[in-house]
Design a protein. Structure first.
Length: 390
């Protein structure tokens, strides 16, 4: 086989890039390790920066999002049983969209089918060769075990933290920056009305909590738990009881509970690998960087990668100009590190760390008090939360 671009990874970043390139008449192939059903069932984040919304709208995958997504013009933060609201619209005249990553992926797959973009699922034993030569190769086995080889000009690694792409950058060239947090998020999805019309981020002495939603009858709640915790240790009743303790009383008193339809524990880490390019290989999204979900940046940083990368690829194939591709890694990483910083700051501010003493606790409370009363601090928060410009 021969394709101008091969994308490894059929999640939202890989499929968005495939759609953008196909609309520019660039020949593209997507390889995905899991089944289509698995990819479309993954429960992930739900807060979209407006940059992300614009990217989806521009590429024809915003109709259902516009109809079913929820525009949020602010968010709530709480501590010591008091909550305050940060108004994005009033501070910087911007907003975010609450629309699940699962739904974004579904919309992308549907649009890719219209454009007849080829996605091969259940591939194994993926290997990348000749990355520093004029033409590179990707070999893999399909679901029947049949070996295949694809010749390509560029290979894009959108295959996540555990994917194979990043490992093809030479060890001597690859720099890893990582911070593993000593806790995770226990998340529950329930068919219940959300407790609040906007998200609530709660700082509590027992640990962090987040009240979020997917739609008007589908709620997503999280509580901070130790990394050693197991799902089986948490019944639904225990989860709801702990969540009520951590949310401010005005929210917990109106919380409607119900059976969980999905329950999982996600570890938290900050991770960046540099560079995001080696020869004909480009990394995007979780293949290159991971953020804790506190700042709602994971999918949004992946989309900003795709923004820069798609511009570079289209300019190369249309004008034989590689300047944007040559600056991709540097430009993307500038925005990535700002997202990493904001997510780290929010995680540090809102969570209870195992070795935290009274001084640390007082600093958190003082920071939240300052944030609640300073319009300039709220502007900075809003600017980062809704998404820095590309």
């Amino acid at each position: 086989m021969h394709n101008q671009v091969v994308i490894i990874g059929g999640g939202p970043s890989g499929t968005l890039l495939a759609l953008i390139l196909s609309k520019a008449n660039i020949d593209v192939l997507v390889l995905e390790r899991m089944t289509k059903e698995y990819v479309l069932s993954r429960i992930r984040a739900g807060v979209l920066e407006w940059n992300t919304v614009d990217m989806l709208m521009k590429n024809g995958v915003g109709k259902r999002m516009s109809a079913e997504g929820q525009v949020h013009e602010g968010t709530f933060l709480s501590s010591s049983n008091k909550q305050f609201r940060i108004d994005f619209k009033n501070t910087i005249n911007k907003q975010v969209m609450v629309y699940g990553q699962t739904e974004v992926t579904f919309d992308l797959y549907k649009e890719l089918e219209k454009h007849k973009v080829k996605i091969i699922h259940e591939v194994n034993d993926v290997e990348i060769k000749d990355l520093t030569k004029e033409t590179s190769f990707v070999s893999f086995k399909d679901k029947d075990g049949k070996p295949n080889i694809v010749k390509s000009k560029f290979i894009i690694g959108c295959d996540g933290f555990h994917g194979v792409s990043r490992s093809h950058i030479p060890t001597k060239k690859l720099k890893i920056f990582e911070k593993v947090y000593p806790f995770g998020w226990l998340g529950v999805l329930s068919e219940t009305p959300p407790v609040s019309h906007e998200l609530i981020y709660a700082n509590h002495s027992r640990g962090f909590a987040l009240a979020s939603m997917r739609n008007e009858n589908l709620s997503r709640y999280y509580i901070q738990v130790p990394n050693s915790d197991k799902i089986e240790n948490w019944s639904d009743d225990n989860f709801w009881e702990e969540l009520k303790l951590r949310l401010p009383t005005e929210a917990s008193d109106t919380l409607i509970t119900g059976p969980s339809i999905e329950k999982s524990i996600a570890p938290l880490r900050s991770f960046v690998s540099e560079p995001m390019r080696w020869g004909n290989l480009f990394l995007a999204g979780d293949a290159s960087h991971i953020v804790p979900p506190t700042g709602a940046k994971g999918l949004n940083l992946a989309v900003s990668d795709i923004h820069y990368l798609s511009e570079g690829l289209i300019t190369f194939f249309k004008n034989n100009d590689d300047q944007l591709l040559n600056t991709y890694s540097e430009k993307a990483l500038l925005r990535v590190w700002k997202g990493i910083r904001f997510s780290w700051w929010m995680t540090t501010l809102m969570h209870n760390f195992p070795n935290q003493d009274e001084f640390d606790r007082k600093i958190q409370l003082a920071e939240l008090e300052y944030l609640s009363n300073s319009i300039e601090a709220q502007k900075s928060f809003s600017e980062n939360y809704v998404g820095l410009p590309y």
